[in-house]
Design a protein around this ligand. Structure first.
Ligand SMILES: Nc1ncnc2c1ncn2[C@@H]1O[C@H](COP(=O)(O)OP(=O)(O)OP(=O)(O)O)[C@@H](O)[C@H]1O
Ligand SMILES: [Mg+2]
Length: 394
């Protein structure tokens, strides 16, 4: 059928034709935004889930809701090797200049700029263009101690006061939060704690792989009190069917029930895969309805495409020992496994696996759903590992 009319949208962060199955989370977000704007305390949100379940598109949708509610928004994506400070500073600078241009009395916005200037001064790394553009004297003694936990909290409070001063509210969106270091996460959590204590109109909405199990001590207990962690998972069979059927119906095409069942069986309801199967089935079909047989033909094309793109890019970033670790996990099946069992498959001591496991966690390939357990962050990666690596590498 006409590929130009294909409604499906496989791809990182590509908005789906219909965002199904997420109403409870969107409702929760609406309440959160409504309450914070009225300076009532409410837990911030960190959406957690595996790769390709739709965290980024949800975060984008919540940003849209926030703007409709009158929030100023900032949207950043964390990176493996970019520090939190230099990532966020340019956005805060733009925000403060915007607030500065708004009508309103008081000097909180100017103070926000001065505090931002001292924060930048204390950053080990330089944010050249920002320092250059901040033609204001730093506020000495605030946010310049060099201890991120203290400085970020001071900075956020100054920004929160500036927003309050201009009768507006601020929503900070952070995608891929798992890439922050433990120190950065702790600082972020403490900063939110300070904002909440002072009832300033700032809300944090994050998304990423599950981070809670990796946090320790105080930051963990604060995190549990300050944030809710909605689990973004696969779609139910009914929702997956809706995600396929509704957009197709809108352009006069239908799926046979057996075709929908087959796509659900193959994708297990993971949104990225649902879009991919929908997309390929559409392109291969010559007429409506899309049948079971057609889906099977499409599958022959989808698997190599996934192997070449979605899975392969991740596979190529791995060292041989990391590949063997994942291959051993795959051998044990798709669920979470104890490191001891993985060591057993590889025929090595558990202790020897520590470094490779840590690297795989840092690369976002595996995570720990519960103490001592390891699971894949990429759905269906176990099947891919066995396809791509029938044997262990030496
Ligand atoms: N609720 C949904 N219904 C149907 N399709 C969806 C839904 N949510 C996301 N998708 C589709 O799933 C794909 C992946 O979405 P997205 O990039 O937001 O996932 P993610 O969780 O951010 O993944 P990653 O962890 O790799 O960043 C996109 O093609 C998107 O269109
Ligand atoms: Mg994403």
């Amino acid at each position: 059928m006409n590929p130009l009319k294909n409604p499906f949208s496989p791809g990182a962060g590509s908005p789906p034709p219909e965002l199904v199955g997420r109403d409870p989370i969107l409702d929760q977000a609406r309440i959160l935004l409504g309450r914070v704007k009225r300076k009532k305390s409410e837990k911030s949100m960190l959406l957690t889930g595996l790769r390709g379940v739709g965290k980024t598109v949800l975060l984008n949708e919540i940003e849209r809701l926030a703007k409709m509610e009158g929030y100023r928004t900032i949207f950043i994506e964390a990176h493996e090797d970019k520090p939190l400070g230099s990532l966020i500073v340019p956005y805060l600078r733009t925000l403060l200049y915007e607030l500065d241009r708004m009508a309103g009395a008081g000097d909180k916005v100017k103070r926000g700029l001065a505090v931002l200037r001292s924060f930048v001064g204390a950053l080990k790394i330089t944010v050249d263009d920002v320092t250059y553009g901040l033609d204001i004297d730093p506020e000495k003694g605030t946010a310049d101690s060099g201890d991120l936990e203290i400085d970020l909290a001071n900075l956020f409070v100054a920004i929160g006061e500036a927003a309050e001063n201009r009768s507006t509210a601020l929503a900070i969106f952070i995608d891929e939060v798992q890439y922050f270091s433990e120190i950065e996460l702790a600082a972020l959590i403490m900063a939110m704690h300070k904002l909440q204590q002072r009832q300033l109109p700032v809300v944090l909405l994050g998304a990423g792989l599950p981070i809670l199990p990796g946090l320790a001590g105080d930051s963990k207990s604060y995190a549990e009190r300050l944030f809710s962690f909605p689990d973004i998972g696969a779609l139910s069979a009914q929702d997956a069917a809706k995600a396929l059927q509704d957009p197709a119906n809108a352009v006069g095409v239908t799926f046979d029930p057996a075709a929908l069942d087959e796509i659900f069986r193959l994708t297990k309801g993971y949104p990225y895969f649902v879009q991919e199967w929908g997309y390929q089935s559409w392109n291969r079909a010559t007429s409506s309805p899309i049948t079971f047989d057609l889906v099977q033909t499409a599958t022959a094309g989808v698997i190599p495409r996934l192997d070449k793109n979605f899975f392969r890019v991740r596979f190529e970033r791995l060292t041989p020992s990391e590949k063997n670790f994942l291959r051993a996990m795959a051998q044990l099946g798709p669920d979470a496994h104890r490191t001891g069992d993985i060591a057993g498959v590889l025929g090595v001591k558990v202790t020897s696996l520590g470094p490779v496991r840590a690297k795989l966690i840092k690369k976002g390939m595996i995570y720990s759903p519960a103490h001592g357990d390891m699971a894949f962050t990429v759905p269906l990666f176990d099947e891919f590992m066995i396809r791509v690596m029938p044997h262990f590498q030496s």
